[in-house]
Design a binder for this molecule. Structure first.
Ligand SMILES: NC(=O)c1ccc[n+]([C@@H]2O[C@H](COP(=O)([O-])OP(=O)(O)OC[C@H]3O[C@@H](n4cnc5c(N)ncnc54)[C@H](OP(=O)(O)O)[C@@H]3O)[C@@H](O)[C@H]2O)c1
Length: 329
């Protein structure tokens, strides 16, 4: 018997309108940056996707280079789609990106038309799809004219290979310029994907207010600071954690006593709210509907369940918000 998704899957998830578009996105989205490559256990990856969908997570986020090796996450997700979710394609928002190094030579990186067109074609093949829902430019390219990159995003939408386009890692100034070009071309930017967590608040410095003003959605990646803003590292570095397995992305040296002392205080506050720290970190990002979605990662089904549980308490008292600020000082 194949996979049958839960009939209750839309009962508890919250869906937020993405900027001023027609699209709603789940308040918690799931990203496949880690734990979907060829070095991880395929059945665990598959179980995470199925459970996420059962919990109402309709949005899965990829990039051309997610693996390892680069491309493997798209391939593995393509397999899971084929095995379990192909009948539910119209219930899914699948995003991918290009902008980082993908293949050797001058055409496999950054933001040229040559790279973006070829990369999305490759992604669609790996995913086994005719189109993605959102195609992002993954990072600004200081050398390619912004007009070239943006008109390529517009072209890919007109070709039917992507329904919407997004920007990732663009700062306030480059976002402003890119939004204006996309608007002029008639393919307004749907969403901006930025790093944002209690430990990384650069987006509060102008970006979020710009997006709100322009009616563009916002999705925060690494909302748990790659695992730091959870109970994961309270008692050392577990052998199965990201810090133990890929120091390139979460360096054990950065998990200092001082940082853990802060995490411990946040964890205590979370427990007074009857939440895990991961749940409080997610609820804090979603406070006052300042974001469309948070984009979590996970290595286990139980982590996804815990994160989605954040939606049961998104409210903070002014005193709790003050306490969080004091702890983060
Ligand atoms: N646009 C960009 O440039 C960019 C960059 C980075 C990420 N992203 C996107 O954002 C997604 C999420 O990034 P991220 O994985 O860094 O996000 P994250 O949610 O900050 O960190 C995820 C890690 O936190 C731990 N975790 C998650 N839930 C937990 C829970 N309830 N309790 C305890 N630990 C928990 C797990 O660590 P362990 O693995 O150690 O168990 C998990 O792998 C990516 O998959 C990708 O789609 C985009």
């Amino acid at each position: 018997m194949g996979y049958l998704p839960s009939k209750q899957r839309y009962a508890n998830m919250k869906y937020n309108r993405c900027g001023r578009s027609g699209l709603k996105l789940p308040a918690v989205a799931f990203g496949l940056w880690h734990n979907f490559g060829d070095t991880t256990h395929f059945e665990n990856s598959r179980a995470m996707i199925r459970r996420a969908f059962d919990l109402g997570i309709t949005h899965f986020d990829l990039a051309n280079n997610y693996g390892p090796p680069p491309g493997a996450a798209e391939e593995n997700f393509g397999r899971i789609l084929k095995q379990d979710l192909h009948r539910y394609r119209d219930e899914l928002i699948i995003s991918t990106k290009a902008g980082y190094l993908m293949w050797p030579g001058p055409y496999g990186d950054w933001g040229s038309k040559k790279y973006l067109v070829a990369s999305l074609d490759q992604s669609l093949k790996r995913l086994g799809l005719d189109y993605v829902d959102i195609f992002y430019h993954h990072r600004p390219d200081p050398e390619t004219p912004l007009e070239e990159t943006m008109s390529t995003l517009d072209l890919l939408v007109r070709q039917g290979k992507a329904l919407y386009v997004g920007l990732s890692n663009y700062d306030v100034e480059s976002t402003k310029k890119a939004l204006a070009i996309l608007k002029e071309l008639g393919t307004p930017c749907l969403i901006h994907q930025m790093s944002y967590s209690m430990f990384n608040r650069w987006a509060e410095d102008g970006l979020l207010s710009l997006l709100k003003e322009e009616g563009v959605g916002s999705i925060a990646y690494s909302p748990l600071a790659k695992g730091l803003l959870t109970n994961r590292y309270l008692n050392g570095i577990p052998a199965d954690s990201r810090a133990a397995s890929s120091s390139r992305f979460l360096n054990p040296q950065d998990i200092t006593e001082e940082k853990i002392a802060t995490v411990r205080r946040l964890n205590e506050l979370a427990s007074t709210r009857d939440q895990s720290l991961a749940q409080m970190a997610i609820a804090w990002l979603l406070r006052e509907e300042q974001l469309t979605s948070v984009l979590i990662g996970a290595s286990k089904v139980s982590q996804i369940e815990d994160c989605v549980g954040a939606l049961e308490n998104l409210d903070f008292t002014p005193a709790e918000l003050q306490q969080i600020e004091a702890i983060l000082q």
